[in-house]
Design a protein. Structure first.
Length: 278
């Protein structure tokens, strides 16, 4: 089995008792046993799944404010790259939080999710947008979009490069892709990702950038983030009570995450451009 980035052969590696494939050239891990992931491509998996506790809300409920905080942190990072952008395609809409809250911020939103119940619930919450019930492989759009939003989806795919190549069909010439994945340069995050039965690829900043470059994209920005330490819990409580309204901070602009430069990250965020102007 070969690495889809560089083409070199994977070797087996033992990461704290977890056996995985490893590409030394790209510092890139792949889960060896992906049986459970393949099950998620069967309709029975989605029939048995239930995310209605999240998707059935409008995300003002106190019980889902952690999801709101995470979304607002993503949005604060990606917002500088969304100027003059109007339409957003949300791949793997899941709970619907990105679809619903992006629409509330004024964007025209199209969601895509393989779970029929999720799509139905999300559509019941959207005013003008829509969530399409299909796999990305089957997605067809009438018009190109300005932004493709992919948060914690790429690590689940058997062929992440296939999704990125399909994105070229959907993205406008001056469009951008906004992405978030676990930061597996951190040994703790790598171990957690390897033990997640639905994660296949385990990205570092370098391997994520190489993946996009391999598919013909330009890297605009790519950073590591960590969860803010417990010393800031008081701020967290205040923000939960105020439901994030009118909150801004120069010192913690990505709260409840913070930008870091070492190997202690839990998440990578990146923005990538449509293939270089040819």
């Amino acid at each position: 089995m070969n690495c889809f980035i560089c083409g070199n052969a994977f070797v087996e590696a033992n990461v704290e008792k977890e056996i995985a494939y490893y590409c030394k050239s790209c510092d890139f891990y792949k889960t060896k046993n992906i049986t459970k992931h393949l099950d998620s491509y069967k309709s029975e998996f989605w029939e048995d799944s239930d995310y209605s506790d999240f998707t059935g809300t409008d995300f003002t409920d106190e019980g889902v404010q952690d999801l709101v905080l995470k979304f607002e942190s993503w949005y604060s990072y990606f917002k500088p790259f969304l100027n003059n952008k109007k339409t957003i395609l949300d791949i793997g809409s899941g709970t619907g939080i990105s679809c619903i809250l992006l629409e509330k911020k004024g964007y025209d939103v199209i969601g895509v999710d393989p779970d029929a119940k999720n799509a139905e619930l999300i559509n019941s919450k959207l005013k003008t947008g829509k969530c399409i019930n299909c796999y990305f492989e089957d997605l067809k759009l009438e018009k190109k979009v300005d932004v493709i939003w992919i948060t914690h989806i790429l690590e689940h795919l058997q062929e992440p490069n296939s999704l990125l190549m399909r994105c070229k069909e959907w993205l406008s010439p001056d469009g951008v892709i906004c992405i978030a994945v676990p930061d597996c340069e951190n040994p703790d995050t790598l171990k957690g990702s390897l033990t997640n039965p639905y994660h296949i690829y385990h990205f570092t900043k370098d391997s994520l950038k190489k993946t996009f470059e391999k598919c013909g994209y330009d890297v605009i920005k790519c950073d590591s983030f960590a969860v803010i330490k417990k010393t800031n819990r008081r701020m967290h409580k205040v923000m939960r009570k105020t439901r994030l309204t009118n909150f801004s901070s120069k010192t913690k602009p990505f709260y409840p995450f913070e930008l870091i430069s070492d190997k202690n990250g839990c998440e990578i965020r990146g923005t990538f451009e449509f293939p270089s102007k040819i």
